[in-house]
Design a protein around this ligand. Structure first.
Ligand code: BDR
Ligand code: CA
Length: 299
């Protein structure tokens, strides 16, 4: 019997965040203690409501703690063109069964990390790293108590998707630099890996064939992603599944090829060569990951 992995999900749902959250909440080997939300794909109020709506659809009551409404010292730059005005591509989700938790994201994370035994909580980061950097400033002793940080973000050898950088790092470059330069136990899953993990018509059919709510909702989300990104996809018949790579890596690290690269985050939030050794996922076994994702969403 495997013991469960306990994690906090930091997120800005977000179409691909929603799929990652549904997978994580439904998976029997993961125990999601809470979600913390941040402004990113869309504003904080919507990301917080969306996290609650996703937990309600999953049927797994999960506290949601609202976090940073803007990057450190910059204005938010939502991705409405990709994720839609509701952040979920117009896909129908139930109204939230509960409201947000009374404590905010950073005080919650401090309390959780300081009271749980050391190195027992993972942080799954699916969004700009504003909450995590704020945690480092407010309670520097807390973050090193996490077991590990797994973050979707960055573009190493690949072109970016927000100027020279990738959205999660480029939305808040100052926060990204703080987190990536801190020497933490961090695995970064950049576009180099996530662009190899793609969904096409066969995968959508597999999800729908399960008949399970989380899998069917994920198929609807991917359909919406197809529509939203049609203008920039140049006829591509598949779309990348960025954020689901994070919980998948937590459970199936063998399906990712990890390299150590010496990097830093520049002023635009792009990754450039630098002094910091960082574990980055540069390759995936995409067929195996699709099978694991479909199985997990059908739990
Ligand atoms: C990342 O940016 C967001 O738009 C997605 O949710 C994902 O976290 C991909 O670059
Ligand atoms: Ca995200």
């Amino acid at each position: 019997m495997t013991s469960k992995t306990t994690a906090i999900i930091d997120t800005d749902p977000g179409i691909d965040d929603a799929i990652a959250i549904l997978y994580a909440l439904r998976h029997p080997d993961l125990d999601i203690a809470a979600m913390t939300t941040v402004a990113g794909n869309i504003g904080l109020k919507v990301t917080t409501t969306n996290a609650l709506r996703i937990a309600t659809l999953a049927g797994v009551p999960t506290p949601v703690h609202s976090g940073a409404a803007a990057p450190l010292g910059r204005d938010p730059r939502p991705e409405i063109g990709i994720h839609g005005n509701d952040g979920l591509g117009g896909v129908t989700f139930p109204d939230p069964a509960t409201g947000p938790a009374s404590s905010y994201a950073v005080p919650y994370m401090v309390d959780a990390l300081m009271t749980a035994p050391e190195k027992t909580i993972d942080l799954f980061c699916l969004a700009p790293l504003t909450n995590i950097a704020t945690l480092m400033t407010m309670a520097p002793e807390a973050l090193p108590r996490a077991r590990r940080i797994i973050a979707m973000g960055g573009a190493v050898d690949e072109p970016g998707n927000m100027g020279r950088g990738e959205f999660n790092l480029a939305h808040d470059p100052e926060a990204a630099a703080m987190v990536l330069h801190a020497g933490l136990d961090l695995t970064l899953i950049p576009l180099d890996a996530t662009r190899q993990f793609r969904a096409g018509a066969d995968f959508l059919a597999d999800l729908r064939a399960t008949g399970k709510a989380a899998a069917v909702a994920s198929a609807d989300l991917i359909d919406a992603y197809f529509v939203q990104t049609e203008h920039q996809a140049r006829g591509s018949v598949s779309r990348p599944l960025h954020d689901p790579c994070v919980p998948l890596f937590a459970l199936h690290p063998d399906l990712f090829r990890i390299e150590t690269r010496h990097l830093e985050v520049d002023h635009d939030g792009a990754l450039i060569e630098g002094p910091h050794p960082i574990q980055v996922a540069m390759g995936v076994d995409a067929d195996a990951l699709r099978a694991r994702l479909c199985e997990g969403l059908a739990c």
